[in-house]
Unconditional design. Structure first.
Length: 193
């Protein structure tokens, strides 16, 4: 009999694979790799390499010069020893709970440390943080896309929201005003409806 945790984890792995265009049912090895990963007391480069070896076999850490990747319009930092050093530094920050799961995921995907498997490993890192650092124990049940969508909304501000505050408010980190910012219907080029 499967537990609710097992069902939620399989659903999470399935969602993570679907984001990559992988529509098959997750393998037991993939589910086990996620289960082992989220149980780690700390994250290391070695633990990430072991995880990626399961979800994207033979896709290596970009620690050698020439191991460059481009994903859509994003060109990741050039491959070389600096990639491993930056990943290690990022993991230190994650382990020390210095970054939100959203910030860490964004930094991880921007670095794109592996030749492939970055999306799935990045989501596993995100889930580890959400569960291990008590950010949101229900993230596994809701899934990545649902939770990350609302994290993104919470982390982003429109330019108008930032400029609406005085410099002292902005530097003090005060919250945005409660009312929504709507376009001015009488500004040039806008029709009143």
């Amino acid at each position: 009999m499967m537990t609710q945790f097992s069902i939620d984890l399989e659903r999470f792995v399935s969602e993570s694979n679907r984001i990559e265009g992988i529509t098959r049912i997750p393998t037991n090895a993939e589910i086990d790799a996620h289960d082992e990963f989220i149980d780690l007391p700390i994250l290391t480069v070695k633990s990430l390499e072991a995880f990626v070896a399961v979800v994207a076999p033979r896709k290596l850490l970009r620690r050698k010069a020439g191991m460059n990747v481009r994903v859509g319009n994003h060109i990741a930092p050039r491959g070389g020893p600096e990639v491993e050093a930056r990943l290690d530094s990022l993991l230190d920050q994650i382990n020390a709970d210095l970054l939100t799961a959203w910030e860490a995921h964004r930094a991880y995907e921007t670095l794109h440390p592996f030749m492939d498997g970055n999306g799935r490993s990045g989501r596993a890192v995100w889930l580890w943080q959400m569960l291990r650092q008590d950010r949101d124990p229900y993230a596994l049940q809701r899934g990545f896309l649902h939770t990350f969508y609302y994290q993104t909304l919470g982390e982003c501000r429109l330019p108008a929201e930032s400029s609406a505050h005085s410099p002292s408010e902005a530097s003090a980190g005060k919250e945005a005003r409660d009312e929504p910012i709507l376009p001015n219907p009488t500004s040039p080029g806008k029709e009143m409806r």
